[in-house]
Design a protein around this ligand. Structure first.
Ligand SMILES: NC(=O)c1ccc[n+]([C@@H]2O[C@H](COP(=O)([O-])OP(=O)(O)OC[C@H]3O[C@@H](n4cnc5c(N)ncnc54)[C@H](OP(=O)(O)O)[C@@H]3O)[C@@H](O)[C@H]2O)c1
Length: 298
């Protein structure tokens, strides 16, 4: 299959490219700069030059492919609403280009469902989540002849090169000299290794049914206190507890993620696609030490 991958240079997208090429698929990776184009070429994929700001160009690339994995997202967090709206426009444009073809279209979504209980694949996205409209637009394409799939990623997708929430927690602990949690730190985050997630993208492209919601979740929910314990030990700083009021100052933009308690199951994903996570868990990955390296190979 010739797969158009947006976000091909990203932390997860580059693993998806590797996974697809390793399984004998052809890949065309989106690149918005010369640096990105070089990275896509070095990975062994063809390049489509374009940007999230040009949905029509992405739609044309989608038409030329047998399937699409959409992972590009602007993570600058300066304008999350704007980034989510741009994401929705891209999903709609690619979806329109694939209408009636039966081609697979795998759309990435953050796992923001059912706080306070174990979320299952058939739980709808939280109406208040900024990216819910893009997920819902993707799933609606199943009625329009697209094998559209929403692939929901655990809050922590980990592995070498991670630049998400856990590295930010480590940076904050370094800056402030404490590894903090809010309250008892019994809020939980699901996690998955990026290589396991990448395998799920491949399986989804190959055989997920139209309208499926998939959970790229290897670990249902890891207490933030356990993550803080590892950080405190590796950085040799004390572990401390903050009130919700203190959390904003301490954690900045990441503060809301310290108070959510999200657990999620992958039972239906596994039953549907025989996907079994094989990589190490988040805490074991942290114990390896690469997350704490400074300037070296993270
Ligand atoms: N990492 C996680 O822990 C995590 C957790 C939950 C959900 N997710 C979701 O999973 C997906 C992939 O995440 P990731 O961690 O791999 O992201 P990432 O490492 O931040 O990579 C983002 C990708 O999007 C591309 N991109 C950003 N803005 C673009 C634009 N305007 N035009 C074209 N390309 C653009 C980047 O290209 P450049 O190389 O040119 O910058 C890069 O390839 C995203 O939808 C993300 O929200 C990730």
């Amino acid at each position: 299959m010739r797969v158009f991958v947006t976000g091909a240079t990203g932390f997860i997208g580059s693993a998806v490219v590797r996974e697809l090429l390793g399984a004998g698929h052809e890949v065309v990776g989106l690149a918005r700069s010369d640096t990105a184009a070089e990275a896509v070429t070095a990975a062994g994929a063809a390049v489509h030059r374009g940007s999230l700001a040009d949905p029509d160009g992405l739609a044309a690339a989608a038409k030329d492919a047998d399937g699409v994995a959409h992972l590009a997202f602007d993570h600058s967090f300066t304008d999350h609403a704007g980034a989510s709206a741009a994401d929705l426009r891209v999903v709609e444009a690619i979806g329109a280009a694939l209408e009636g073809t039966g081609k697979p279209f795998v759309v990435s979504s953050p796992l923001m469902v059912a706080p306070g209980r174990v979320a299952a694949e058939d739980d709808p996205a939280l109406a208040t989540a900024g990216r819910a409209p893009a997920e819902n637009a993707a799933l609606a394409l199943a009625q329009r002849g697209v094998r559209a799939v929403a692939l929901r990623l655990a809050a922590s997708v980990h592995g070498r090169g991670d630049h998400g929430f856990v590295p930010r927690l480590i940076e904050i602990a370094r800056e402030k000299g404490v590894a903090a949690v809010v309250g008892d730190g019994d809020q939980r985050w699901p996690a998955v290794h990026r290589f396991d997630a990448a395998r799920l993208y491949r399986l989804a492209l190959e055989s997920a049914p139209a309208g499926a919601r998939l959970h790229a979740v290897a670990e249902e929910g890891i207490p933030l206190s356990a993550i803080a314990d590892v950080i405190a030990r590796h950085l040799d700083v004390p572990r401390t507890s903050l009130s919700p009021r203190e959390a904003g100052d301490h954690f900045g933009w990441i503060a809301p993620f310290q108070t959510f308690d999200v657990r999620a199951s992958h039972a239906r994903t596994t039953a549907l696609l025989d996907w079994h996570p094989e990589e190490k868990g988040l805490l074991d990955d942290l114990e390896e030490g690469h997350y704490f390296a400074t300037g070296g190979d993270r």
